[in-house]
Design a protein around this ligand. Sequence first.
Ligand code: NZQ
Ligand code: ZN
Length: 393
Amino acid sequence: MDSFNFYSPTEFVFGKNRECEAGQLIKKYGGKKTLVHFGGGSAVKSGLLKRVTDSLDVEKLDYVLLGGVKPNPRDTLVYEGIELCKKEGIDFILCVGGGSVIDSAKAIAAGALYDGDFWDFYSGKASIVKALPVGTVLTIAAAGSEGSGDTVVTQEKTGLKRGAGSNALRPRFSIMNPELTCTLPPFQTACGAADIMAHVFERYFTNTTEVEITDRLCEAVLSTMVKEAPRVIADPNNYEARANIMWAGTVAHTNICGVGRSQDWNSHNIEHELSGLYDVAHGAGLAVIMPAWMEFVMPHNPMRFAQMATRVFGCAMNFEKPEETAKEGIRCFRRFLKELGLPINFKELGAKEEDIPLLVEKLGLCENKTWGFVRLSSDDVAAIYHIAAKATL
Ligand code: NZQ
Ligand code: ZN
């Protein structure tokens, strides 16, 4: 195991009706005037936004509303949010929504305290050292942004989807009421499940040896998803299954499963070009890319894939030909995603095979290689896109 620091300062406030504590929590973390940031309407329709703002009223806290965050959040609304924060003297941002709202809020939080263009953080020109404090009321178990220091934003005019990260962005608190996720359409629930599993796989496929504890934590999250995701698709109001999935989503991405080991993240970067170009859901893009990436890199370490196959999907171990077990594990993963209602190839996702050169070009590989479990060249990335394009069960 490698040396590491683990920093996860967020207060997680979990359970039924906890959104009514938003006002108290903002007060506890020093907020006086809050920007309440939300998405395209689900939080308004369900009455959640009203319950949250009522809790701010009870605490006599000032606030300004900014809705309209789209999935794959855009830079244009971030610029608007930064201006609003400066004009209104905002000192706290509360996000009511999923990864897109939280990531947009984090971008606003960093941009509001920066003199230059906030996109500098996403283009790699500048690092985030300070940000307004952020709190979240999570409405979808997926991105893990409620417990991460990361943010991903799309530049409207170029379609470039890029990430930035800093401990300064880790939420002060995250309110997690699993009941709030019962209104999710089944497709969004499934996309969330794929993203949660992908966050674990990005850490699980490592070149670091002797990482029993984090291997086992990863496998626990993955096995939980294999059990609970089909349960919520069949029974959307199943609170216990929703609760297990919601916490799995956070555990998957605070990095508690990834400390002390090298990580990959190539599937995420390869996927971000798909959601950037076609505006598809991130989890749907991952369902297409992740098994294709697995097929491509499996020969690098078949035993690690065989371990996943046996421990997560219950495959029988073929000791003479571990590659066969590894391949069976990948097949099980793709079948699982399909059964959740997710796309598994370009056609089902709405992507075009002829765009592959453009996707590779947009990825803009640094020194023509990625980093990770297996270093990938542009040709390797193109090969992964082609596997993804044609995948079948
Ligand atoms: O906008 P509204 O109306 O709220 O609708 C949303 C949206 O259409 C809807 N939704 C959310 N909660 C709901 C609900 N509908 C009904 N009931 C509810 N309770 O779901 C749709 C998707 O929401 P979104 O926030 O986009 O989902 P998700 O949490 O999957 O976030 C995806 C974004 O996070 C980024 C992705 O790239 C993508 O842009 N990621 C962020 C990460 C991070 N910051 O650490 C890591 C991830 O790997 C990921 O890249
Ligand atoms: Zn993700």
